[in-house]
Design a protein around this ligand. Sequence first.
Ligand SMILES: [Zn+2]
Length: 387
Amino acid sequence: MAAALGGLRGLLAAAGRAGGPARPWGRPAPPGARFLGQSSHQPVGPRAGPEPGSGGLPEGVEYIPTRKKGKNPMKPVGVAWYSLYTRTRLGYLFYRRQVKKARERYPHGHSAPQPCHFPGVKILPIPVLSNNYSYLVIDTGSSRAAVVDPSDPQAVQAAIEEEGVMLEAIFCTHKHWDHSGGNAALRQRHGSCKVYGSALDAIPELTNPLADREKVSVGCLTFEALATPGHTVGHMVYVLDGGPFDGPPCLFSGDLLFLAGCGRLFEGSPETMLASLDMAVGLGEETLLWPGHEYALECLSFASLLELDNPALEQKLQWAMQQRQEKRSTCPSTLGEEQTYNPFLRTHQPELQAALGLRRGAGEHPDAFRARVLKEVRRRKDLYKAT
Ligand SMILES: [Zn+2]
């Protein structure tokens, strides 16, 4: 849910034509079979997410309900669209259309998947929709696996079958359909599979709500959930502990952090997002970043307009152009390199502040100023995207 704000007209048209959800697996339905949207645990229809009051939210987090137009940083049209997308059946129908279109346009995925191996673990990015990534994370010793953000259940199921693994867990970063839309179909297919995520987001089929810092084991793998609100109020990222396989930690960042970018602030203030980004950076420079979208080229191009004299940024942009020309994935990067070119992680840098024409006010807290810098970078990025 980051590139979809222009789709309202198509969405409404789809709603007019909708005759019920399509089957998730693309094969003829056996008599009496139940599929996505027809199951007893109905995943579609209005999904009014929880509207947390002050209770249940991490300390210092401000939740901005989408209907509070005055407070929400989005433009009124964006607020209306976002409410439709997240709170009504139209959002689900829009997602179904996205899946169908992407399968037609990219029958083999938008990018060539490049698996990453460490002793005992394999990480397989699965390109889905037009720019999303799901990730299959496999304990190769036991063939048990988890999937992060299964947007398109058909693509994820194909990877599960090809790898010959047992799906034990779905880790869902947030409620947006392009990250959670495959939960129901995969749960139906893999009865013992659990769905993890935050109870503060309306995640479909959530079976195991997680608290901040809670850990989950899948075979020999250990994942830690971190609450990272801002994009949505219940956004969570998952960190795979690298210790057991003598590798770096792996951050599955959903729509918190992208290569050279960060997610839009749909349900949080710049201060909240800044705190979440700081938490991610605290994971350490060697941490591998596995983001929820393939946005590298767009984000790096935008960043290079802000920082005209940043060799690390220029080098990464050249590399990404080459990668994307060959339809290769740009992930993973490391949190160390992200800090050299990602403007959303460089709010403390005087060069960036100067480029934005911002100066810290007398008596202004450094973090308050950084939040102001973040807000301005985000605003410019939103405008950049719109053109
Ligand atoms: Zn999202």
